[in-house]
Design a protein around this ligand. Structure first.
Ligand code: GDP
Ligand code: MN
Length: 396
């Protein structure tokens, strides 16, 4: 038998104190939860929160692709359209966004534009937008059944809910058309008859800015490198607008475990370290999402059975109207759960602004965008959650 160790209280105390000291030193001096190791490099993601940040290390995690990119005229166009849901009253704003995108990208590649509206476009809108590009332009109206509030939504409950959300200061909560727009962008746009012939789209909103020359065909990049979804900005959502979205998602996961991708981004979706209160109020979802006013993506994902099942589940749950579920968290959760996270691409090189946030690369291809700048509002830097995406989706 081994000699018995005598556990004298003093010895135990010394041992515990030793461990505590070692642990404190490790947490304080060596371990940095905001450091990610990529290959043999250690990258501090804290840089992301300051400005300007150096995008180069992050680029190594997500691209740019080391293989072939195609410049203007070097390859056939792929099956894609620039896509804008827009109102007639937003003509000036869409002309500004179009001007930027034509100057930096599309004058070189000539992808067709598709404008979509819930009412017909005016002659004035058509004339002015057509004059802004040499590419083809299409003007489409949304089929009524894609836009209408579904029959199973109870109008009284909708009104009561919207009053409640208004009290909680949820933006747009009393604006019925905003709810309709979010639902349409979640589960309808890719079903529009005029879009069925396309696979890829680049979503463009009125008043957004593009700052950097993009000299390669981004759609071809997506196709050639097997990507599903491209984003530029990752931010937190208002948890009050989606209080029951995660619980509804959990029901869906329980019903359809077969739809969950083995290389998912669950840890990104459920992070509670960076903003615990958001996670709590959103009942388990971090609220970090791809900001969907910019999307370059593959409609095949939205047209898949798994996404259709998810959208129908959410639609029946009613949160597009009883809460104010946005298409951004809906798209983000669907991608985070059901797509290979390596098929999601950060377009670090596309300089972009939708008020109040920016994506500003450090590059001489960009004009009018201060490298690393995230916001022009005060106190909004904490809304940036790109850090989470890199931390949890690019761990290995
Ligand atoms: P925000 O970015 O969340 O503040 O919302 P926006 O007002 O920018 O709306 C998002 C997108 O949907 C923009 O492209 C709008 O032009 C479009 N949109 C919003 N509501 C409507 C609507 O009722 N009809 C049409 N045709 N477009 C809309
Ligand atoms: Mn907008």
């Amino acid at each position: 038998m081994a000699a018995a160790v005598r556990w004298r209280p003093a010895r135990v105390l010394a041992l515990v104190a030793g461990f505590a000291l070692a642990f404190t030193l490790y947490r304080g001096l060596i371990y940095d939860p905001d450091t990610v190791t990529v290959g043999d490099q250690k990258i501090s993601l804290k840089k992301l929160k300051g400005k300007p940040f150096d995008v180069d290390p992050l680029m190594k995690m997500t691209g740019p692709p080391e293989g072939k990119l195609y410049g203007p005229g070097e390859a056939e166009r792929v099956n894609a359209t620039l896509l804008s849901l827009v109102r007639n009253e937003e003509l000036d704003g869409i002309l500004q966004a179009m001007g930027d995108l034509e100057r930096t990208f599309n004058s070189k590649f000539n992808y067709p534009w598709t404008f979509i509206n819930d009412v017909p476009f005016t002659e004035k809108f058509i004339r002015a937008t057509r004059a802004k590009t040499k590419a083809e332009v299409f003007y489409e109206v949304i089929p009524k059944e894609h836009w209408e509030v579904p029959a199973w939504i109870n109008p009284d409950l909708m009104k009561a809910s919207s009053d409640l959300l208004l009290e909680q200061k949820v933006q747009y909560s009393a604006m019925r058309s905003y709810h309709q727009m979010c639902r349409w962008n979640s589960g309808m746009f890719y079903k529009h008859p005029a879009l069925l012939k396309y696979r890829w789209y680049w979503r463009v909103e009125p008043k957004v800015h593009f700052f950097c020359d993009v000299d390669y065909d981004v759609f071809r990049y997506m196709q050639d490198y097997n990507k599903t979804y491209g984003f530029v900005i990752n931010i937190y959502d208002s948890p009050e607008s989606i209080a029951s979205l995660w619980p509804a998602t959990e029901e869906f996961i329980a019903e359809h475990p077969e739809h969950i991708h083995p290389n998912n981004a669950m840890r990104w979706l459920t992070d509670s370290e960076n903003r615990p209160i958001h996670n709590k109020k959103a009942n388990g979802y971090s609220t970090c999402h791809f900001w969907s006013n910019f999307e370059i993506a593959d409609m095949e994902f939205w047209r898949s059975k798994k996404y259709e099942d998810y959208f129908n589940h959410l639609d029946r749950a009613g949160g597009f109207f009883y809460e104010r579920w946005g298409d951004a968290p809906v798209h983000s959760i669907a991608l985070g759960l059901m797509e290979d996270r390596d098929k999601i691409h950060w377009f670090h090189d596309i300089g972009y602004q939708h008020i109040p946030y920016f994506n500003c690369p450090n590059s001489n291809k960009c004009k009018g965008c201060e490298a690393g700048r995230f916001t022009d509002g005060t106190g909004l830097d904490q809304e940036d959650c790109r850090i989470n995406w890199f931390k949890y989706a690019h761990m290995d």
